[in-house]
Design a protein around this ligand. Structure first.
Ligand code: C2E
Ligand code: MG
Ligand code: MG
Ligand code: MG
Length: 280
């Protein structure tokens, strides 16, 4: 019986694996085709100075609209895009498109905003990355002082050549932000070794900040750490008024989250800029 059972489990396991790798291959092909056929678009999520309520920037977030499958969230395809290297051409498109859009908004007379773009490990490892960035800045005319790269803590702590690449990026005038800070399970030593500008407090610390003393103390500790070594700090995942209240108690801090706005399509973001500008 045990033998039978084991055999069956094995067959089911095999079928599952085949199924998964089939699904993976289908998704990979769809991803490749999606890049060629430009099925991607960007949404922009506001970043707010929580003590003045002022709009100060935005994060570009990629969306995939597949003709049959509909909207596929980044959590589903970014990991695969990274594994297959497709994030390199996709990431280049994301950077070019978001810089072009930011530059166009400034030309149209909207108040200039900081633009944050997520950059993944394969992009940093691409030897042409810095050249591509230079070309994009040149093509789009965006002043690099408005551009920031969000790089996750685990990537920053793991890539060997990060220091020199980050220095080159920094020399172009682009800022560096540590995304999902506090979740990378790494030592903090990279903070003093790497040229970074901002810590982005992960949403897991923000979520229960108003009900859980530990979360609150961790968030406060990160904010104090950042401030005391001269870094900027922003909290992500602000969903409630209570989150704003808890975090802005201790003075100037930036925030991003559904409480202020979900990520917005171009037209809706323009409305947000107009309203916010009129209000301030
Ligand atoms: P991330 O860079 O940490 O982005 C923040 C994520 O949190 C976004 O999810 C955003 O929509 C979501 N979010 C914002 N405010 C709230 C809130 O108040 N509550 C909650 N629960 N969530 C909130 P999204 O757009 O699904 O992106 C997920 C992740 O996918 C991103 O995490 C990033 O790691 C990756 N990603 C998204 N766009 C890009 C991109 O253009 N390039 C790369 N390389 N990665 C991207
Ligand atoms: Mg991010
Ligand atoms: Mg994040
Ligand atoms: Mg995240």
């Amino acid at each position: 019986f045990v033998k039978e059972r084991g055999k069956n489990d094995f067959m089911i396991f095999n079928q599952l694996m085949e199924h998964q790798s089939l699904e993976r291959r289908l998704l990979e092909n769809a991803l490749r085709q999606g890049i060629n056929e430009q099925q991607f678009y960007l949404e922009y999520q506001p970043k707010i100075n929580m003590s003045t309520n002022e709009l100060i920037g935005m994060e570009a977030l990629v969306r995939w609209k597949h003709p049959d499958l509909g909207i596929i969230p980044p959590g589903k395809f970014i990991p695969l895009a990274e594994e297959t290297g497709l994030i390199v051409p996709l990431g280049e498109w994301i950077l070019r498109e978001s810089c072009r859009q930011s530059s166009a908004w400034q030309d149209q007379g909207y108040p200039p905003l900081h633009l944050s773009v997520n950059v993944s490990v394969s992009q940093l490892e691409d030897i042409y990355f810095v050249d591509k960035v230079k070309t994009i800045l040149h093509e789009t005319g965006l002043d690099p002082k408005w551009l920031e790269f969000e790089i996750t803590e685990s990537v920053l702590a793991s890539v060997k050549s990060t220091v020199s690449i980050l220095k080159e990026i920094r020399n172009l005038g682009i800022h560096i932000s540590v995304d999902d800070f506090g979740t990378g399970y790494s030592s903090l030593s990279y903070i003093k070794d790497l040229p970074i500008d901002t810590l982005k407090v992960d949403q897991s610390f923000v979520k229960d900040i108003h009900t859980n003393k530990e979360s609150k103390e961790i968030a406060k500790a990160i904010i104090n750490l950042a401030k005391s070594i001269g870094l900027n700090v922003i909290a992500e995942g602000i969903e409630l008024k209570e989150h704003v209240d808890e975090l802005s108690k201790d003075g100037y801090i930036l925030g991003q989250g559904y409480f202020f706005s979900r990520p917005l399509k171009v037209g809706a973001f323009e409305d947000f800029m107009t309203t916010n500008h009129a209000a301030s």
